[in-house]
Design a protein around this ligand. Structure first.
Ligand code: CO
Length: 213
């Protein structure tokens, strides 16, 4: 059996198991999707949103990319954000980074990963520059990378607050709360790093605030 054939076989077994446990399981899921959370996480295979939060399908709307970046020209991310905030009306948006993130480590190196990856990693290098003083004072490379993971999460949360999607939702329904988390690959524990309550612009430079939404 090839590895992909095994996936399909395991899928049948899983579906059978779920139906045995609860004959209505798929019927109920197919009827309704009302997640409370939008998850913006890293594509890393070791950080699956549902698994590490012990949640079920239907509970978290998920977007993942390398190093959980919020890029304001990324139509994919913005579409997911718009749909989650304005149609599903999620009340929490979580940016979850993770310690030991390969994208963060790659961005900290001077190695070229060629065109497309260099373009993506550049956003992380830009975060590094913002905090260069703090980061260059950390001598241990792993510790420095882990601190950049945290600072990157914080910057991505701030980038969410700079979008008209979030600012309009804050104004119209006083929601969602924005959360910045970092997951530990070594212990499976999520660290709560940084939150922005609706309407909190204290960390957002005024030029990013829309006054006619
Ligand atoms: Co990663």
């Amino acid at each position: 059996m090839t590895p992909f054939e095994k996936l399909l076989l395991e899928n049948k077994a899983w579906s059978h198991e779920k139906t045995e446990e609860d004959p209505e399981y798929f019927h109920k899921l197919a009827q309704l999707q009302t997640p409370e959370f939008l998850w913006i996480g890293c594509s890393d295979s070791r950080v699956p949103a549902n698994e590490i939060t012990n949640t079920q399908p239907g509970e978290i709307f998920v977007h993942r990319n390398i190093s959980n970046l919020v890029v304001h020209t990324d139509v994919n991310l913005l579409s997911v954000l718009d749909y989650a905030v304005n149609h599903l009306k999620v009340n929490h948006v979580i940016v979850c980074g993770h310690y030991g993130c390969g994208g963060i480590k790659a961005a900290m190196s001077n190695h070229t990963y060629d065109l497309v990856l260099n373009m993506w990693l550049r956003y992380i290098k830009d975060v590094y520059c913002l905090y260069e003083e703090e980061l260059s004072a950390i001598k241990d490379e792993e510790q420095r990378a882990d601190r950049l993971v945290e600072l990157n999460v914080k910057e991505q949360v701030l980038k969410l607050a700079k979008t008209s999607i979030i600012q309009r939702a804050w104004k119209e329904r006083n929601s969602p709360v924005l959360h910045g988390w970092a997951y530990g690959l070594k212990d499976g524990i999520i660290k709560d790093l940084f939150n922005l309550q609706p309407g909190d612009f204290s960390s957002v430079t005024p030029i990013y605030q829309f006054d006619d939404l």
